[in-house]
Design a binder for this molecule. Sequence first.
Ligand SMILES: [Zn+2]
Length: 155
Amino acid sequence: MDIIGDVKRNITSLEKLKDALDQIDSDNVDLEMFKKYTIERSIADYNQKLEKMTYKKFPHRCELCQQWIEELEPEQKSIMICQTCRVNLPKTMTTNEIEPLWGLHVGKIKQDIDNHLLDDFIDAGLIWKSGRYWLIHELVMQKHYERKLGYKRGS
Ligand SMILES: [Zn+2]
């Protein structure tokens, strides 16, 4: 029994029915209500069902952000991390590493933190303290030091 195929066929036939009804030029309120509340709702329900069934087939979630990972890679991995998290993780550096990259003098970020210039970024979780080091996400450099103050990242 092909349940997913059945659901797909149901969606297709409902969409055909809706198209056919759309062709009828009528001011009939009942017909409009039928289209909106019966047909469109059924299509939405079936689509939701289809989505759930597809997830069952690919039950992989990013272990960091808990998002479903849609594209299934052929080999099973013991730790699944999504592309977005993979791209974002290495963008966090210590102040010592990131300051020379952006042409800031050593200690500048620490000084700005002490002067409460970066409180919004700390609140947003883009700057945090780990032991005696401050960790800075690259977005802070782009939004604050580049766009606001004109620093540029060197190569
Ligand atoms: Zn993720």
